[in-house]
Design a protein around this ligand. Sequence first.
Ligand code: BDR
Ligand code: CA
Length: 325
Amino acid sequence: MSTPVYFDCDTGIDDALALAYLVAQPHADLRGIGTVSGNVDAAQAARNTLDLLAVLGRDDVPVAVGEHDFLTHPYDGGAPHVHGANGIGGARLEAADRTVDGRSAAQLLVDLAHQHPGALRVVAVGPLTNLARALELEPRLPGLVASVTVMGGAALAPGNVSPVAEANIANDPEAAQAVVSAGWPVTLVPLDVTMAHVLEQAHLDRLAAAGQEAPRVLASMLGQYFEFYRDIFGRACSAMHDPLAVAVALGTAVPDAAPRVPVVVDTGDGPGRGQTICDLRGRYRGLADHPEATCRVVLSLGTDFAEDLTRALTAPVAATAAAGA
Ligand code: BDR
Ligand code: CA
C-alpha cells in the first residue's frame, strides 16, 4: 500500500538528495511539495525543486511556494557558503517547463491532509514556518495527519549554527515550538544522527559514474557541500541530514533509539535561542517513553545509510520512478 507524503523543503543540496531518495521509494506516494526560505529563499527553492523534479521524471508533483519570511523576523539571505548562491552548489539544471502551484505551501498541506485524512505523512527538512502557518490555517490539522518527521534540532550533539542550535530550528524557533507543541506525532531527526551518517568520496564517485542522469546531476551539486564539510570533519565528505529524515519517515531507516520525550524549543533571545531542549534525564535507566510526550527524538541509527542512499539513487528505478508509482 502506498503512503501519501507531503514534503516541505528549502532546496538545498541535501534537500535535493532527499527528494531524489523519496521519489525512488516505491511505497511513497509524493502528493505535494512546499518550499520555505532557509538555505535559499522560498522562490529559489521552488525553482530548484521544479527543475530537479523534471530530471527525476516527476513533473506531476505540485510545488507550492511557501513562506519567504519567518514568523517573527525576516529571511536574511540563507546559507550560500554551505549550499552555493543558487542553493544547489552552482549546478545549472535545465529550467522545467512548468510553474508553481497557485496555493501557498500551508494551503497545499492543509488540502492534502483533508484529501488523505489520517494517512498523510509530513516530512519537513527546512525551517518549520510553513507547518506553523498550516496549523494557524487549520487548527484540526494535528488530527488529520499520520505523522510529522522533521530534520532538525540537536539533542545531545552540538549545534551547527550556534553551540546548541541546528539551522532549521534556529531559522524559525517560534515556528518550531508551534510544531513540537501541536500534539501531533512528531519525530525529530537531529544532528545527533545526521552527523553520524556521512557520504564519502567513494559514494560520490558512484553517483558521478552512474548511467542515469539524476545521480550525475546530484553528484554535480555535491562538490560544494563536500568542501564545506572538509573543515568540520577534517576530510571532504557530506552529512546526510535531509535524506535521513525521509528514510526515518518512510521506515526505510529504523532507529535503534528514538524515545518519546518532552521537547521545548528555546525562543528566547539569549545564547540558547533555537536549542531543542529534549528531556533525556531518563537515559540512565533506559529512556522509556514519556506518557504525555508527543515528540520522538532519534538518538541513534545503526544501518549503513550512506550505502543505502547511494544504492537507492543509482538503482535504475531512481531516475525513472514512474509518476504515481
Ligand atoms: C539542515 O540545514 C540545512 O542547511 C540543510 O538542508 C538541513 O536541512 C541541517 O542543519
Ligand atoms: Ca534542508
